[in-house]
Design a protein around this ligand. Structure first.
Ligand code: SF4
Length: 398
């Protein structure tokens, strides 16, 4: 079985297609988002800070910022993407400096605990049979004077998660398993996230039960990935940072037409078709609105004039006012009582019929035993269907 990392698992959850392109097809891309680059530079700088402290050298804040500037310059490359149009490389470089400065002012002289390792590589299995293998890097592992080990993670993101989010975080929970496999005598482990932009430490821990649950969920996810044959694209806010827009059916057309000059763009067949479709849909909805209003007016007219047939120039309209018996719909509250009344009377079979939408969902999600699913599948068939949804482009997509 392959070795997985937390980021691999997250990528599969985020978008199975991106996962396939990156990890199965191994298509390498040199582009990277500026946020990821900034994160790497800040991590490198804090690693140096603690590595030097272990060698008895305390850097001044100026030393560390100079180091940060120098690695920033050395590593910056033309394929770093800045998605936010009003920001420049300088803004991000300055942001990284601010994060380091905040951290430095809070923790210098960095002697409140002992550093066991920085950027510490872990290779471990999460199950007793040693079947599910994982790897990862701990930003810093420390030990306090009262023998508490702390798995620390630096975060440069602009969002501060809730306590509930970090109590359910998979990454550091998995690292706790890795540390306890490496040193089984370690009993007391804390998980600490440094949200540098907020000058906040978020702290959590994992009970034995939480670790068991994590192992079950993670092995299930690994099984799902291992046996996956279908890797559908899953659009989200993270698509703007995706390295594979040219290979993704959700983004390929954007990617292709973005490079065209305006005159070619407007005559590109896909652009022409969508523009025409949108125009017709708009007209259709105007007509639908008007049709509804005229229909109401005809009904009013018929009521007022007490007529059932109204003559036009070359058509006539027949109007019918019917009274129909109606029962509560599925979402109405009396519906359940009605259902129960009929079930109790033993007449359910006469008025119910198979809900094929529910059946499709049950089969697709494998909610019944396999033998029954196989049996009902004999009556199912795959039919191709198509639909078109129109929506407005977001500002960043224009
Ligand atoms: S652009 Fe979005 S949907 Fe397409 S592969 Fe990338 S993350 Fe997935």
């Amino acid at each position: 079985m392959a070795i997985y990392s937390h980021s691999q698992l997250s990528m599969y959850e985020q978008c199975p297609l991106k996962y396939r392109l990156c990890y199965r097809d191994k298509i390498k891309r040199d582009v990277e988002g500026v946020e990821a680059f900034l994160g790497t530079m800040v991590h490198e700088t804090l690693k140096k800070c603690y590595d030097d402290v272990r060698l008895t050298k305390l850097n001044t804040l100026g030393d560390l910022l100079a180091y940060y500037d120098s690695i920033w310059q050395q590593n910056w490359h033309d394929l770093i993407v800045i998605t936010k149009k009003d920001l420049t490389q300088e803004h991000y470089q300055a942001l990284g400096k601010k994060l380091i400065e905040t951290y430095y002012q809070r923790y210098a002289p960095f002697d409140s605990d002992m550093t066991i390792g920085t950027e510490m590589r872990l290779n471990f299995t999460i199950d007793d049979e040693n079947k599910y293998r994982m790897m990862g890097f701990i930003d810093r592992l420390s030990r306090t004077s009262d023998d508490i080990y702390q798995i620390r993670d630096y975060k440069t993101s602009a969002q501060l998660p809730s306590q509930e989010d970090i109590d359910g975080d998979r990454q550091l929970g998995l690292y706790q398993i890795g540390i306890q496999k490496r040193w089984p005598d370690i009993k007391n482990i804390g998980l600490v996230w440094h949200y540098l932009a907020f000058d906040r430490e978020l702290v959590s821990s994992r009970s034995d039960e939480a670790i068991s649950k994590l192992v079950i969920e993670t092995t299930r996810l690994i099984d799902e990935i291992d046996s996956a044959t279908d890797f559908p694209p899953k659009e989200s806010g993270l698509c703007d940072w995706c390295e594979y827009p040219d290979l993704c059916p959700m983004r390929k057309h954007f990617y292709t037409v973005e490079a065209l000059p305006v005159n070619e763009y407007l005559s590109e067949p896909g652009v022409v078709l969508v523009n025409r479709y949108a125009e017709l849909r708009e007209k259709a909805s105007e007509i639908e609105d008007e049709l509804g209003k005229v229909k109401e007016a005809i009904l009013d007219y018929a009521r007022r004039e007490q007529v059932e047939v109204i003559k036009g120039s070359d058509r006539k309209a027949r109007v019918r006012f019917d009274k129909k018996l109606k029962f509560p719909g599925k979402s109405e509250k009396e519906r359940q009582e009605l259902d129960e009344t009929i079930v109790q009377a033993g007449r359910w079979g006469q008025v119910s019929q198979l809900d094929t939408t529910a059946l499709t969902r049950i089969v697709e999600e494998g909610l019944w035993e396999r033998s029954l699913i196989d049996e009902v599948l004999k009556y199912g068939r795959i039919e191709e269907s198509s639909s078109i949804y129109l929506s407005k482009l977001k500002d960043e997509e224009k």
